[in-house]
Write a protein that binds this ligand. Structure first.
Ligand SMILES: Cc1cc2nc3c(=O)[nH]c(=O)nc-3n(C[C@H](O)[C@H](O)[C@H](O)COP(=O)(O)OP(=O)(O)OC[C@H]3O[C@@H](n4cnc5c(N)ncnc54)[C@H](O)[C@@H]3O)c2cc1C
Length: 224
């Protein structure tokens, strides 16, 4: 049975609540498909929203950055943050401009992040961050050395306060607009790869790994 996450004052979705969900498994599934998140946090004088790579490791979201970055320093310092991941599924073209919409799956998470300092857990988190983006790559590249690990802040944010919003399906025009002569429907959008471009300095005859040639996000087809 699916597990429902608790709803808080700030995670309560107000507009079109029928599109809301607090299902943990659905949140995980959306997070596992996405490539980037947007991290929002306040520093006291300003508010920032920064795009970042991420990975899900069980019930926590992993983030990483240079130890020198404001973002890593702020997050490791325990500021409150909100993280959003959005999957775009299509443009919804209604007969009226007002009813145009998008099909999407999005997750908003709230909480704090803490820095992972234990070298074993830090290496595991860096592995998960790499494997989230391109499964198979961690074992097929030089892994980070001590200096590189020390230069990186790795953060873990518990996935406890989450809201999900999804829209799917055709446009929802008013009945009185249904006779209008305009095309209406959904233009599906998907992230797909094009042919990989070898580094010009790549040694001749270096084979293209299958995890590159067959790359696809979970549930999506690979090539254009
Ligand atoms: C790709 C995309 C495009 C969108 N474009 C627009 C747009 O142009 N204009 C517009 O008004 N709305 C847009 N939305 C919807 C928007 O994200 C909000 O859902 C909407 O503004 C209504 O918010 P609210 O007032 O109900 O919630 P708020 O009161 O603003 O938020 C309350 C809580 O609801 C939850 N929540 C709100 N929205 C989402 C979400 N999308 N996903 C997960 N949790 C959420 C959060 O926990 C939030 O703290 C878009 C959504 C997506 C994914």
């Amino acid at each position: 049975m699916s597990e429902q996450l608790p709803v808080s004052e700030r995670s309560q979705l107000r507009r079109i609540p029928s599109r809301a969900s607090y299902d943990r498994a659905l949140a995980h599934a959306i997070l596992d498909v996405g490539l980037i998140c947007h991290v929002g946090f306040a520093t006291g004088t300003d508010v920032f929203v920064i795009p970042m790579a991420y990975a899900r490791q069980g019930d926590q979201l992993l983030l990483h950055g240079s130890v020198a970055s404001r973002l890593a320093k702020s997050l490791a310092g325990g500021v409150r943050l909100s993280v959003c991941v959005t999957l775009m599924d299509g443009l919804v073209l209604a007969r009226s401009v007002f009813e145009h919409s998008m099909n999407y799956r999005s997750v908003v998470c709230f909480g704090h992040a803490t820095a992972i300092t234990d070298p074993t857990f830090k290496a595991a988190a860096l592995r998960d961050l790499t494997e989230h983006l391109i499964p198979g790559r961690w074992e097929d590249a030089r892994q980070p050395n001590t200096r590189e690990i020390q230069a990186t802040t790795v953060l873990a944010m518990p996935l406890q306060e989450i809201s999900i919003k999804t829209r799917a399906g055709p446009p929802e025009d008013l009945q009185k607009d249904m006779e209008l002569p305009y095309w209406a429907g959904v233009l599906p959008l998907q992230l797909r790869t094009a042919a990989a471009i070898p580094d010009p300095a790549l040694a001749a005859h270096t084979p293209l790994p299958s995890y590159v040639s067959d790359y696809a996000r979970p549930g999506q087809r690979s090539r254009l």
